[in-house]
Ligand binder design. Structure first.
Ligand code: FNR
Length: 182
């Protein structure tokens, strides 16, 4: 049976991040042929084009992990109606040098949790824009805008009853999307 490794990119490294929690809980809804590498982005330097010829170890690691993945899963907060700068920084690093983007062609899912009711809708839209330019085919439907509210998780940190059917449907669509593109 084919195996699919997914690079998970979370746009927050806050200790109690809702998006990290969501990323972990989602992984439990996947079938056994999917595994995950959570890509570290908190030690990346700020992108500087002067460094492209001599990338630092964290930049090399990021690119290797993305290269090795069959699919991408972006789980991001919304900051000021867009994506966090730390996520854009990681995307920019792995998109260069020109013509050597490691994102190219990797199927992606975009999801995010927010304290507000619009659940990262605008951040996701901005992210889709960037990914379209990078030739990353992104699952369009269903959309998933997660409001981090009471009952989203059960006591064990799994997706709670009220949201499980919807998020299982999202995961199933994402699994189909990855398999279609690999
Ligand atoms: C936010 N937050 C926020 N929420 C939202 O729904 N739309 C927004 O535009 C913003 N903007 C914003 C900017 C900045 C700088 C911060 C720090 C926060 C609130 C955000 O949803 C909340 O802090 C989440 O907890 C962030 O996700 P993590 O870190 O819990 O994963």
């Amino acid at each position: 049976m084919a195996q699919y490794n997914i690079a998970v990119v979370v746009g927050s490294f806050r200790k109690d991040s809702f998006n990290q929690k969501l990323a972990k809980a989602l992984q439990k809804l996947f079938p056994a042929d999917f595994s995950f590498t959570t890509v570290r982005i908190d030690d990346l330097p700020l992108y500087n084009q002067d460094d492209e010829a001599n990338p630092s170890a964290p930049v090399k690691r990021l690119k290797d992990e993305i290269k090795a993945a069959q699919g991408l899963l972006f789980v991001t907060p919304e900051y000021n109606r867009s994506i966090p700068g730390v996520l854009k920084n990681a995307i920019d690093h792995a998109s260069r040098p020109y013509g050597q983007s490691v994102w190219d062609g990797k199927p992606a899912g975009v999801i995010g949790a927010s304290v507000g009711p619009i659940g990262t809708a605008l951040a996701q839209q901005h992210l889709r824009n960037i990914l379209a330019y990078l030739n990353v085919p992104t699952l369009g439907q269903p959309e998933a805008f997660i409001h981090n509210k009471e009952g989203l998780y059960d006591a064990d940190g799994n997706i709670g009853e009220a949201s499980r059917k919807f998020l299982q449907g999202w995961v199933d669509a994402y699994v189909g999307w990855v398999k279609k593109h690999v």
